[in-house]
Structures are given as structure tokens and as C-alpha cells.
Design a protein around this ligand. Structure first.
Ligand code: UDP
Ligand code: MG
Length: 320
């Protein structure tokens, strides 16, 4: 049998993952070798780790793994922590530069089912440019994370970004998708929205989520909120339109109110009472205005970040 020429790269963002990175890489090498032995991918396939500015021994372990497995295990290290999205982008662009036909991204804690990678590859061979991993459930997520995530996807759908719920960053993308990614210089690129919006042929594969074996989740309330806000403001301007619509409705409402007040004063000759109404309206519209300003501020912040066009991340080291 002639060797399959499809080179698969697996990228892993790692932030303080010294407890799991070795076992994860070894498990993924097993998975790679298994798919290679079935003739579905080339023996040049490899793993590429992005150390997102870890403060623990993650990078040393990556170097040890490279020394042991050679070009099967490559990687890069950021000078500081830039966040999981940036690490993923660096992984995608890094393997594009090294060379591959398709790339799978997976978390360092292997919460996603690594056995699904073979199914991703099968879908790629059937013609899919993007294979998206969809979680079967969110049993392993905290109550808070589960419901905020559901609300986020619901909101994104309402705002016109039709990402399927329970989406994840566990996905395969083809070289063609990477070529397009390279053209997007956006600093705050939200990958889930980006790959969905491309409109390339996409397949969906459901997988089971495992609990994190060791270490803690690297996300907290603030980083999740920031990811969600970035996702919305990077992909939808519907909130701005809603503000405009609310403004128009408010003006109409206040016009009717003014008519009523004038009617009471000049026709009925009764001084309009309504201290309570006044206070409630004042408080309500005060709150509404600040909320709307907050939304506009989010977009301004997005523009502020983009306009400076600083580099997305700075690499400190690279092993290829
Ligand atoms: N991660 C990263 N940079 C960060 C936070 C997380 O590269 O600033 C990586 C992390 O090492 C892991 C993946 O992103 O490989 C997902 O993080 P985690 O498992 O902590 O998130 P959760 O599964 O709780 O959503
Ligand atoms: Mg995890």
C-alpha cells in the first residue's frame, strides 16, 4: 500500500499544564500512530504545542518531549500569557508555516475524546474542510458555566451568528481554511465564529467530554466573560441596532407621555401629579442609558484594540 500523503498536525494550547502535558502528548502520539498505521494519514504527522506563557515547568517538559520524539513533537512558547484563543491562532498559523494538510486542535487536559480525531480525519477525507466537535453534554461543567454557555449561544443565535450550541474548540480544519485564516489580521479574532462564518463544507462530530484529570480549569469568571463579549462584539453589530431601535421607541413613548401631561394641564386644568412615576422613569432611563453606553463602549474598546494593530502575540521560543 502506498503511503497516505495527508499530513495531520495536532495543536495543543497549554497554560500551566505541567501535570498533564506529558501524558497528553504520549496519548496523542499513540492516537497518531494508530491512524498512521491504518493508512489514513502520513507518517510525517506531528504534534505542535503552544505554551501560552506558563509559569510552571510546561515548557521544560515540552523540550524534553521534543528531545525524545524529535520532529513528532514541536512547539512554541509565548513571552507571556495571551489567552487560549491567541494560543490556538498561533498553533494554526505555526503548523501552516511548518506544513500540513489538516490540523486538529485539542485541549491539554484531554477533556475532549481523542478517539474522535480519527473520525475527524475520515470526514476530512470525505471532503469536509472543517470538522467541528460538538459536546454531547456539559456534565463536566459547573452549573454556572453550563448555563452561561447556553445563554451565550442562544444570544449569539439571536444576534445572527448561528453557531451550534455546545460547540467547542475541538475541531479539524483544512489547509484551505488556514490559508483564509492567514488573511484575517483581526487581533481579537473569535475562532468559533470565524470558522463557522467561512461557509466552507463543515461536518459535525459529537463527542463525550471527560472530567479534567489533573490541575484546574484555566478559565475564571472574568476570562469567560471577556471571551463571550469579544465573541459578540467581533461578530455582530445587532446590539448597536437594538440600541437605536430602543432610542426610537423611547422618543415615541415620551411624545405620548408629553401629550398626556399637556392634556391634563390645559384641558383638565389639573396639575399633573406623579412623583412616583417620575422617580421610576428617571431611574429606569438613567440605567438604560448607562447600559447602552456600556454596549457602545464595548464596541469602542474593540475598535481601540484593533486600530492599534499590535501583534497578536510575541513568541519567545520555537522548536520545529
Ligand atoms: N489555555 C491557554 N491559555 C489560557 C487558558 C487556557 O492556552 O490563558 C489552554 C489550557 O491549557 C487548555 C485549554 O486552553 O489546554 C482549555 O483550558 P481549560 O481546560 O482550563 O478550560 P475548560 O476546559 O475549563 O474550559
Ligand atoms: Mg479543560
Amino acid at each position: 500500500m502506498s503511503e497516505n500523503k495527508t499530513t495531520l498536525a495536532i495543536i495543543i494550547p497549554c497554560y500551566n499544564e505541567e501535570l498533564v502535558v506529558k501524558s497528553t502528548v504520549e496519548r496523542l502520539l499513540e492516537v497518531l500512530n494508530d491512524i498512521i498505521s491504518k493508512g489514513k494519514i502520513s507518517s510525517d504527522s506531528y504534534i505542535y504545542l503552544v505554551d501560552d506563557g506558563s509559569k510552571d515547568k510546561t515548557w521544560e517538559i515540552i523540550e524534553e518531549l521534543h528531545a525524545k520524539y524529535g520532529s513528532k513533537v514541536r512547539g512554541t512558547k509565548f513571552i507571556r500569557n495571551y489567552g487560549n484563543q491567541k494560543a490556538l491562532i498561533a498553533g494554526l498559523l505555526g503548523v501552516k508555516e511548518i506544513g500540513c494538510d489538516c490540523v486538529v486542535s485539542i485541549d491539554a487536559d484531554l477533556q475532549q475524546d481523542e478517539n474522535a480525531i480519527e473520525i475527524f480525519v475520515d470526514e476530512f477525507h470525505k471532503g469536509a474542510e472543517i470538522v467541528s466537535g460538538i459536546r454531547n453534554d456539559r456534565k463536566t461543567d459547573s452549573f454556572f458555566k453550563k448555563y452561561t454557555a447556553l445563554c451565550f449561544y442562544k444570544l449569539m443565535n439571536i444576534l445572527g451568528v448561528k453557531i451550534p450550541p455546545n460547540h467547542s474548540d475541538f475541531r479539524l480544519v483544512s489547509k484551505k481554511a488556514l490559508d483564509i485564516l492567514e488573511k484575517y489580521s483581526e487581533e481579537g479574532l473569535f475562532l468559533r465564529g470565524f470558522f463557522h462564518e467561512l461557509g466552507l463544507k463543515t461536518a459535525y462530530v459529537h463527542f463525550d467530554v471527560k472530567p479534567r484529570a489533573l490541575g484546574n480549569s484555566k478559565y475564571n469568571f472574568f476570562s469567560l466573560t471577556s471571551l463571550a463579549l469579544n465573541g459578540i462584539t467581533a461578530f455582530s453589530i445587532v446590539p448597536l441596532r437594538i440600541i437605536a431601535a430602543v432610542g426610537v421607541l423611547t422618543v415615541l413613548g415620551s411624545f405620548l407621555l408629553a401629550l398626556e401631561v399637556l392634556f391634563e394641564k390645559y384641558i383638565l386644568h389639573s396639575a399633573p401629579s406623579g412623583w412616583a412615576t417620575l422617580v421610576i422613569l428617571l431611574a429606569f432611563f438613567g440605567g438604560l442609558q448607562i447600559f447602552c453606553l456600556g454596549i457602545i463602549g464595548e464596541y469602542m474598546g474593540q475598535i481601540f484594540n484593533e486600530v492599534k494593530s499590535r501583534p497578536r502575540y510575541i513568541k519567545e521560543k520555537e522548536i520545529v
